[in-house]
Design a protein around this ligand. Sequence first.
Ligand SMILES: [Zn+2]
Ligand SMILES: [Zn+2]
Length: 423
Amino acid sequence: MKKFFFAFFLVPFFGIAQGTSIPETEYDKIESKVIEWRRDIHEHPELSNREFETAKKIAAHLQSLGIETQTGVGKTGVVGILKGDHPGKTVALRADIDALPVTEQNDLPFKSTIETEFLGSKTGVMHACGHDTHTAILMGVAEILSQHTDKINGTVKFIFQPAEEGPPPGEEGGAALMIKEGVLKNPDVDAIFGLHINAATPVGTIRYKPEGTMAAVERFVINVKGVQAHGSAPWSGVDPVLISAKIIDGLQTIISRNAELTESASVITVGKITSGVRFNIIPETAEMIGTVRTLDPDNKKLILDRMRELVPQIAKAYGGEATIEIQNNTAITYNDPQLTSEMLPTLKKVAGEGNVELVKATTGGEDFSFFQEKVPGLYFFLGGMPKDAEPTRHHTPGFFVDESGLLLGVKTMSQLAIDYLNK
Ligand SMILES: [Zn+2]
Ligand SMILES: [Zn+2]
């Protein structure tokens, strides 16, 4: 019994006591800097895999803090490694840094007027998903934590990731490429945290969901082959347009009759059909492109297997042929249930109990999911909607974030790192 008490009282001397936090005054000092960085990045947005100047700014900042800095990870990615004063695990904090081919319509002093060419067309460039705020928040976290290595048991890895919105066609990029180039190794990452600002979530609040929180995104291409004929004599050919209609119908029966819908949603959408040239010709071929969204690994397997089974067989039943190719864009953004419940007290401590809300999943995708396939991770949503205002939509020219929400992001990410390493 005596021994037990002895050991109990010694624990704090060997590490950092739980409940360690950064003084509020220091957070207050960093807020104006975070907003300044955000405005600079917002005014100078760069498209996926082209974040050259953004990466330079991040690297210069990390180096100025004395943080070991790697550049060119996954093309334009930047990685910072901060060692705490005490040994321990390694936690990664991730921010995505790319902008979108959207022309900004907001009337702001730091409005983007940048123009570029994207897939052959002229376009404006805008941080229309808020990755500028993620970048500035993580720069702020790096500054705060670099001044408090005495509070860190282990190592913090800062991952500034390019191309979350997807690399240009024919290029690799994003989380998958960073992982391929070893970002989760040396030192090996034990857990990862990430956030997304949300223009429809009120400032000062955090939203989260354990397990599938965002969907796996697949893109599929179906090619149907029939036999060309005169439009007046369908019996002399095989109509790929009719077969396409049957296939679309068949695909929707997978959702309505095969997928288990009580636990998690799933979606199949055919977004584009191309076939034929004029009214009186039955064409030879048709092409359909679409997407599948799933939130549960078993459901995903079942749906994709059924699609591969159904598509060629439907075509065959009508005398034609069809092939399907399914390409994965993101995995399921899967919040490890144990990690989520362990870190929930941190979210509540920082944001206030009533400001942390359990929400439904969304069928959008996020490539943070690839990190979560390798290590336990938690991805949550940070309020960016101004009080008493209408929410704006991500990826639109009017997308707007209230900067007063950024400090909560800095506090949350900093405290998640400290608490994870000290638990
Ligand atoms: Zn986006
Ligand atoms: Zn985004």
